[in-house]
Design a protein around this ligand. Structure first.
Ligand code: PMP
Length: 352
């Protein structure tokens, strides 16, 4: 008998999460968190939680949160699936829906977790190259596939696809599952949730980690037609896992009750993104057009790794991906508060 178990684990290439530094006072622009606090209503919901929030098991259906999400997006609660962050939602759907005889398709530069799940669940995949300008060409995704997944806006590039391109893909690809990962859509995109009632093979995944400032609570969800959602529930229930704890459910519901706070924080980030894009362009950077809460930028005279290291010396951390070679010159910079963005620019002015 081969030591399959040990070889398998050895061959897994794990996802490398962004650093969560222990040192205080770093300007942390490396993991696309929201620099602004969540709504006061969220903070009150958590502060006001009774002992039951700890003592009792949570609602296994998280039905209050599903209803809040459904109301916000104009769908039925039976069309909403929730999980511990959108990463867990993705884990369930990769395992349950993408282990197909034909390869899963995703862009060659995209969220690096997709490859990790393929390795873990033994999913055959094929990547589709981005265009020269890093835009995503859905027309290049052929119909020989066991599923399609891409983020919109894409990560780590921030580039956005119009909804019409996604609809054209759905019209060509009527059989296999199409998953649109909308972790960053609230910063400038149009959600494909508007299409789910017309396309039974469409699943849209979102998170409360970014635009709703709740990365620490781990809340993600998927919206699709009821049979698809029912499928996801069956997969989840095979683990006897609770989707979310009581505090997360209460906070998630409160977040959807405060539309004004949500709007204010995302508009501030969009405005800062535009200002930061202009300031970096002035300093000679090439900045890709972004519809996310981060920008992807390279400098013609400074290598990406050297720039990231120099910024760190000045107490500013950004994300640098060494691979693939095409993105090695780039930094992925999370949009911070105005003060954080100013600190980044000051550090760059001392470096460039
Ligand atoms: N999808 C994409 C494209 C992301 O960048 C991230 C954040 N790393 C996620 C999903 C997962 O986010 P979360 O698990 O916090 O919902």
């Amino acid at each position: 008998m081969s030591r399959y178990w040990s070889e398998f684990v050895h061959h897994l290439e794990p996802y490398v999460p962004g650093e969560q530094p222990k040192m205080a006072r770093l300007v942390k622009l490396n993991t696309n968190e929201n620099p602004y606090p969540p709504s006061d209503k969220v903070l009150k919901a958590i502060a006001g939680a009774t002992d039951e929030a700890l003592r009792l098991y949570p609602d296994p259906d998280a039905s209050a949160l599903k209803q809040a999400i459904a109301d916000f997006h104009g769908v039925q609660a039976s069309q909403v699936f929730v999980g511990n962050g959108s990463d867990e939602v993705l884990a369930h759907l990769f395992m349950g829906f993408f282990r197909q005889p034909q390869p899963l398709l995703f862009p060659d530069i995209t969220y690096s977790f997709y490859k990790v799940y393929c390795g873990l669940y033994d999913i055959d995949y094929r990547t589709v190259p981005l265009r020269e300008d890093f835009s995503l060409a859905l027309a290049d995704f052929d119909s020989h596939n066991g599923g399609i997944i891409f983020p919109n806006p894409n990560a780590p590039t921030g580039r956005l696809l119009p909804l019409a391109d996604i609809e054209a893909l759905l019209q060509r690809n009527t059989e296999s599952l199409v998953v649109v990962d909308e972790a960053y859509v609230d910063f400038g995109g149009e959600s494909a949730i508007a299409l789910v009632n017309r396309y039974p093979n469409l699943l849209v995944v979102q998170t409360l980690s970014k635009s709703r400032s709740l990365a620490g609570l781990r809340i993600g969800f998927a919206v699709g037609q009821a049979p698809l959602i029912d499928g996801l529930e069956r997969i989840k229930n095979s683990f006897n896992s609770y989707p979310l704890d009581r505090l997360a459910i209460a906070a998630g519901v409160a977040s959807f009750e405060d539309h004004a706070a949500f709007e204010e924080s995302r508009q501030r980030i969009i405005a800062s993104r535009d200002a930061l894009t202009a300031a970096l362009t002035e300093r000679g950077f090439r900045v890709l057009p972004s519809a996310a809460n981060f920008i992807f930028a390279s400098h013609p005279r400074h290598a990406g790794d050297a720039l990231a290291a120099a910024l760190r010396e000045h107490g500013v951390i950004v994300r640098h991906f060494g691979k693939p070679a095409r993105i090695a010159p780039y930094l992925r910079i999370t949009i911070g508060t105005e003060e954080q963005n100013a600190a980044l620019l000051a550090a760059l002015d001392q470096t460039l």
